[in-house]
Design a protein around this ligand. Structure first.
Ligand SMILES: [Zn+2]
Length: 72
């Protein structure tokens, strides 16, 4: 089970080695723009409703991604 369903690329894991305590603002993996919360899809609501999974969209490049909210 990976923490990111939206992309199959694991390149970002290399650049995120340093643990950040206050990682409030999420960044887009494509253009580094800020992500906005949107509603989760029906599939995720049905099968992953027990997970702290958040759906985000980047309005700059229109990329959508799911992130696990590890603070919960
Ligand atoms: Zn983007």
């Amino acid at each position: 089970m990976t923490a990111d369903i939206g992309t199959k690329s694991g390149i970002d894991n290399v650049t995120r080695m340093k643990p950040l305590v206050n990682q409030q603002e999420l960044r887009c993996r494509g253009c580094a723009g800020s992500l906005s919360r949107i509603r989760r899809g029906l599939f995720v609501r049905t099968f992953f409703s027990w997970l702290p999974l958040k759906h985000y969209v980047c309005y700059r490049c229109n990329r959508k991604t799911y992130r696990l909210d590890k603070r919960a």
